[in-house]
Write a protein that binds this ligand. Sequence first.
Ligand SMILES: Nc1ncnc2c1ncn2[C@@H]1O[C@H](COP(=O)(O)OP(=O)(O)OP(=O)(O)O)[C@@H](O)[C@H]1O
Ligand SMILES: [Mg+2]
Length: 294
Amino acid sequence: MSDILRVEQLAKNYGAVRAVDGVDFGIPEGICFGLLGPNGAGKTTTIEMMEGITAPTSGRVLFRERPIGHDFKKKVGIQFQSTALPEFITVRETIALFSAFYPDPRPLDEVIALCSLEDILERDNQKLSGGQRQRLLLALAIIPKPEMVFLDEPTTGLDPQARRNFWELIGRIKAEKTTILLTTHYMDEAEVLCDRIAIMDHGKILEIDTPDALLAKHFDGVLIRIPYDDCCSDKLSGFPGLTIRDDTLELQTNKLDRSLKDLLAAQVNLEGLSIHKPDLEDLFIKLTGGSLRA
Ligand SMILES: Nc1ncnc2c1ncn2[C@@H]1O[C@H](COP(=O)(O)OP(=O)(O)OP(=O)(O)O)[C@@H](O)[C@H]1O
Ligand SMILES: [Mg+2]
């Protein structure tokens, strides 16, 4: 599959701040690509350079192998991390207004159905809940029938049900073969939606691959977790693969039976023990040394 969009040695300085520090990656056509990283990692700066909104300090962005030019904006849809909506007009009027900006907009009924807006069409923009507002912003991004959409933290602040509803909308857009670039702070979201992910911190890409390949690369087996207590940590000091995080001792093992027997033999208090299959949250913490939402 060829890359629809590629960045080469892309960098951005804001004064003394190196917000993006020379990143290289490509986004294959038709996939959902997740850009993940803690606050301040450089995600929005990267995505805005890819959108052609922010000029890079150095490096370049290629859309279908060519530097992005004027007509690029007609081919992509953008949902910003924060956006103002026109005041004192309804959802229906907002969609109609934005449709008028494009020569060949998607039919209104299709936009409304894709983004599940039927129930809020007559509501004033200012009276929308967080989830309803995000659905409208997604609708505005897909009006021009874009080949690619950029979604910068579309689900931050939504309740768990609203987030799941939004995933369904993203699934519908993906099913149309539209390429999606998504930033998120939610690892479960990345796991459900993204075919490839890049983990970013301090302006650099730390890892990039499919979620499964990254998990296979960084973890072997399962994680045994035991509530931390001083006495227990003494008994565990000789165990390989041991880490202490917050108030939990974590033991990585690919021989679960053997490790459990060793723990019993060492008379470690196993009350509260749990066994956990490593997920993207664990990977993120391993790579960046912190929780995504910290
Ligand atoms: N316009 C600006 N002027 C100066 N510094 C900026 C500007 N925009 C971003 N920065 C800095 O660049 C760095 C990267 O910011 P960016 O917004 O790209 O991070 P992010 O990964 O999107 O974070 P978040 O998860 O909080 O949205 C931060 O240190 C930020 O303070
Ligand atoms: Mg951001």
